[in-house]
Design a protein around this ligand. Structure first.
Ligand code: HEC
Ligand code: HEC
Length: 236
């Protein structure tokens, strides 16, 4: 089934979301129901503590995440419900659509949580250098020195709410979020303490992307560890 959400769209329309969706056949209109949680152009909802933005992330990455919700490698009730009957061709179209939109430029958490200078230093150390004792490579070694990601499978870490990042680390630790093996983020998550995770998530949530940098092209640098996400069937 190609466009499998008449019921979903109807329910969201009832709730006041995406009421213009059904008349028009453009992909943007088919995805109107997504805007309530991910922003009108996938740029995220300002002030939302949890919802990730989608715009400008690598298409291969987005495709794998959508398949993950459908196939049980990621768990989130509304997301699973929305994609449960979607075929790969439609998920690929959705992924391509959001990947082509301008990336999020604003930081996620404005004000709110502060880090002590010591915690901020620790966060920056993990991001820029990693921790040799814990066998954690620098986040930037895989996500890029500008943290804008790497095609086809590594997303930007900027612009994501701190609570979302902390929750993903919890999902990786407990196995309710899984990427194809080797699952790099599982290994990173297992090595870090809750304090490190909170510090790095808070620090990242305060970084912005004012120049709208896109993920680096395929193969423009090599992560220190091979990640299944870069070789996934759906990645290009
Ligand atoms: C009711 C709110 C809601 C709606 C509506 C919604 N999403 Fe989501 N979406 C979420 C949440 C919450 C997450 C993060 C779940 C988690 O913790 O893993 C998410 C995650 C995602 C991700 C993974 C993002 C990433 O960076 O890993 C993609 C892709 C996505 N949604 C696409 C969509 C699309 C396409 C639609 C419309 C068909 C949609 N979502 C509608 C709440 C929603
Ligand atoms: C060895 C490479 C590697 C390293 C080091 C690494 N990452 Fe990742 N990261 C990945 C890959 C690959 C993905 C995509 C995983 C997937 O497909 O689910 C990812 C995904 C993520 C996501 C998910 C974003 C979203 O939108 O859901 C976050 C957050 C993240 N990484 C944060 C970090 C942080 C913080 C660090 C440093 C402490 C780090 N990563 C270090 C490879 C890496």
């Amino acid at each position: 089934m190609r466009r499998p959400w008449p019921t979903a769209l109807f329910l969201y329309a009832l709730a006041g979301f995406g009421s213009a969706a059904l008349a028009d056949d453009t992909i943007a209109n088919h995805l109107a129901a997504c805007a309530a949680c991910h922003g009108e152009h996938g740029e995220g909802v300002n002030g939302a503590e949890y919802y990730p933005h989608l715009a400008g992330k690598p298409a291969g990455y987005l495709f794998e995440q959508l398949r993950g919700f459908r196939d049980g490698r990621r768990v989130n009730a509304p997301m699973t419900w929305l994609v449960q009957f979607a075929d790969d061709a439609w998920l690929r179209e959705i992924a391509d659509y959001y990947a082509a939109l301008p990336p999020r430029t604003q930081r996620a958490d404005t004000g709110a949580a502060q880090l002590t200078p010591e915690r901020a230093r620790r966060a920056e150390q993990l991001v820029r250098e990693g921790d040799a004792v814990l066998h954690v490579p620098a986040c930037s070694a895989c996500h890029g020195t500008n943290l804008a990601g790497l095609e086809p499978g590594i997303p930007a870490t900027i612009g994501l709410p701190a609570d979302y990042i902390v929750a993903q680390f919890g999902h990786w630790k407990t196995g309710s979020r899984r990427a194809l093996a080797p699952d790099c983020m599982h290994d990173v998550a297992m090595a870090l303490t809750p304090e490190d995770i909170r510090a790095v998530a808070t620090w990242l949530s305060q970084q912005s992307n004012p120049d709208g940098m896109r993920p680096a092209p395929v193969g423009s640098f090599a992560p220190p560890v091979s990640c299944g996400a870069l070789a996934a069937e759906g990645a290009r």
